[in-house]
Design a protein around this ligand. Structure first.
Ligand code: NAD
Length: 254
């Protein structure tokens, strides 16, 4: 653990599972206080039960990232408690069903854009608002997009649209807040072994098809993604903003 991060707060949406949970553990190990925002009450409470200790300050708020009022209230409460958030990691997201566009259920399109894009926007908006009011002199946002943030696959229009938009949102945030030293970067995980992919990874045919397209010929662990998230949030990345970084075993390069 590094002493320099003690008392800095990292807010991690989707921190109850998968990539978000790995990020939570990494930030705790680096001495951050962590606030998990997640819609999964049981998983969030379980994470806090497992991780909280004398040296690990982690809390959970059960919320829906698509509810702007809830997210705004959470950040207003941080302000009222004089808690200074230096890092925001947006991991809350869904991978919707696959279908060609003309058959795509309209409700599922809206739900995907709502969670993956609007939820990310709400959290970024409230984080930046708090940073301005509190005059934070350095901060970092890491938005978890996807390889589908810069490339598309058949039958995945809403996911690709939401993740392309997250990359654009992130680049815009980087412009808006560069002069006050709040950096914003997006990352593009490839195929990661998380609960989101549990069903997919049981299907040998699909896995064989996907692995053929990944030069490293394997999926990644969520910890490998958390390594990149932590690096981008840390002072090691002090001159990096407005960028997109794949963590995909070479997929986008091939
Ligand atoms: N797993 C992969 O292969 C992969 C690849 C590329 C990108 N991603 C992205 O990484 C992020 C994390 O995915 P993961 O694989 O860890 O999945 P996961 O399902 O393990 O975790 C996602 C978390 O988001 C939370 N969440 C979902 N909807 C929410 C809402 N409305 N409000 C608050 N929380 C909500 C869930 O409860 C869950 O804890 C997602 O944005 C996903 O699109 C994942």
């Amino acid at each position: 653990m590094t002493d320099k991060n003690i008392h800095q707060l990292a807010v991690i949406t989707g921190g109850a599972s998968g990539i978000g949970l790995s990020a939570v553990k990494r930030f705790l190990n680096e001495g951050y206080k962590v606030l998990i925002l997640d819609a999964n009450k049981d998983a969030g409470e379980e994470a806090v039960k497992n991780l909280k200790s004398d040296t690990c300050d982690v809390n959970f708020i059960h919320c829906d990232i698509t509810n702007h009022t809830q997210i705004e209230t959470i950040f207003q409460d941080l302000l009222a408690d004089n808690q200074r958030a230096h890092v925001l990691v947006n991991c809350a997201g869904i991978s919707p069903s696959l279908s060609p566009l003309h058959q795509y259920p309209v409700e599922e399109w809206h739900r995907t854009i709502d969670i993956n894009l609007h939820g990310t926007f709400y959290a970024c908006r409230e984080f930046c608002k708090l940073a301005k009011v509190q005059k934070i002199d350095k901060g970092a946002i890491v938005n978890v997009a996807s390889i589908m943030g810069v490339r598309a696959s058949a039958a995945q229009a809403p996911y690709a649209a939401s993740k392309h938009a997250v990359v654009g949102l992130t680049k815009s945030i980087a412009q808006d807040y560069a002069t006050i030293n709040i950096r914003a970067n997006a990352i593009g995980p490839g195929v990661i072994d998380t609960p989101m992919n549990t069903e997919l990874m049981k299907d040998d045919n699909i896995m064989q098809y996907m692995l053929q397209r990944i030069p490293m010929n394997r999926v990644a662990t969520s910890d490998e993604v958390a390594n990149l998230i932590y690096f981008l949030a840390s002072s090691e990345a002090s001159y990096i903003t407005g960028s997109y970084f794949p963590v995909d075993g070479g997929y986008l390069a091939s």
